[in-house]
Ligand binder design. Structure first.
Ligand SMILES: Cc1cc2nc3c(=O)[nH]c(=O)nc-3n(C[C@H](O)[C@H](O)[C@H](O)COP(=O)(O)O)c2cc1C
Length: 341
């Protein structure tokens, strides 16, 4: 890895641990409990299956999101540019990782700035919602959006990750009111997102009342941040504390249904443990608008832009073939084809 200043060590550790260690949750996504009804006579031409959609004023070729991951170091900049270049080519959506490092040190802004290679993609800025209790406000949110010319702002919610790490930011009290204020003042849609433990009905209701435009459930079943923090732990106490939560969280499938039950009109993004386009198709059928992958795309981008692009192509084709074999010509029709196994 490139040499980095101590302030960015955390971000560099995250990438390294995610690439080198098994950081999967002990839970599964729950998507394995669902099957599509196969149609032997789909009455469709595969090449006319339409995976396109429009969201926040942008046109996407498929309901695929490259989930928020990185920025802040030279290696992270390379990964962001590779992912963005591939996303531009494939017309997919992408989020950058938490921009806090660049808010504190504007020299790092360029490691998040991907518009030079991806002028047209649906692009999401990212900040930790908890920072609103540590001095951040509308000014920093606007800065994050403007810095990367984002179409929307993700505020991520990671209470457990902060709680199991050494010196985490653990004051989550009174945050809803502050999120509500950002939703009211910022010029772009606000998306609330977990980081791998899912969304309950209660949280979905609270976030809806705050005025968020979408919720990314980032459920359990994939990358587990308590496992990542376990590998970063500076001592045995912190290591054991983090290890306790390997099986924590609300699985992704359950989280989608939770949001749909609490807020039927809410736009839902599904992520957390999604492996491929078939999983994304299941999430769409459960009510999501986009399916996101983080860990999977990270591994591909660590190899090359071409690998990232290959993975995106495969993901899109997997969605198309799923739709074809279930007789769904559009994403809307796909929603009627799922059954519980
Ligand atoms: C290396 C890495 C860094 C991440 N950094 C962020 C971040 O800065 N902000 C955020 O909202 N989520 C972050 N995430 C969480 C992902 O966006 C996603 O919600 C989570 O990893 C679950 O998806 P997965 O199982 O496909 O990995 C990160 C994930 C990875 C793998």
């Amino acid at each position: 890895m490139t040499k980095v200043a101590p302030i960015d060590q955390r971000k560099a550790d995250h990438i390294k641990i995610n690439l080198e260690k098994d950081v999967r949750s002990a839970l599964t996504t729950g998507l394995e409990n669902y099957r599509f009804t196969h149609e032997a006579l789909p009455e469709l031409n595969l090449e006319q299956v339409d995976t396109g959609l429009s969201l926040f004023g942008k046109q996407l070729a498929a309901p695929v999101l490259i989930s928020s991951m990185t920025g802040g170091t030279a290696d992270a900049e390379t990964l962001n540019l590779r992912l963005a270049e591939a996303a531009q080519e494939m017309k997919l959506a992408m989020g950058v990782g938490s921009q806090r490092a660049a808010i504190e040190n504007l020299d790092q802004a360029k490691t998040f700035q991907v518009r030079r290679v991806a002028p047209d993609i649906l692009l999401f800025a990212n900040l930790g919602a908890v920072q609103l209790n540590y001095g951040y406000g509308i000014e920093q949110c606007r800065l994050a959006v403007d810095m990367i010319q984002a179409d929307a702002l993700i505020l991520h919610l990671n209470p457990l990750q902060e709680a199991v790490q050494d010196a985490g930011d653990t004051n989550f009290a009174g945050l809803a009111g502050k999120i509500e204020e950002i939703c009211r003042k910022v010029e772009v849609p606000v998306i609330a997102k977990e980081v791998g433990w899912g969304i309950s009905q209660r949280t979905a209701k609270l976030l809806t009342d705050c005025g968020v435009s979408a919720i990314d459930v980032a459920g359990a079943g994939g990358t587990s941040w308590s496992q990542v923090e376990m590998y970063r732990a500076p001592d045995e106490f912190t290591r054991e504390l983090a290890a306790t939560f390997v099986g924590w969280g609300l699985p992704t499938a359950e989280s989608i249904l939770n949001v749909k039950k609490a807020a039927p009109e809410m736009t839902v993004f599904a992520s957390g443990g999604i492996r491929d386009g078939l999983d994304i198709a299941k999430c769409i059928a459960l009510g999501a608008t986009l399916g996101g992958m983080a860990g999977q795309f990270l591994k591909a981008a660590a190899i090359s832009t071409k690998s990232a692009m290959q993975m995106m192509k495969l993901t899109k084709r997997q969605i198309e073939v799923t739709m074809f074999a279930t007789g769904a010509g559009t994403l809307k029709e796909l929603q009627e084809r799922l059954r519980v196994h």
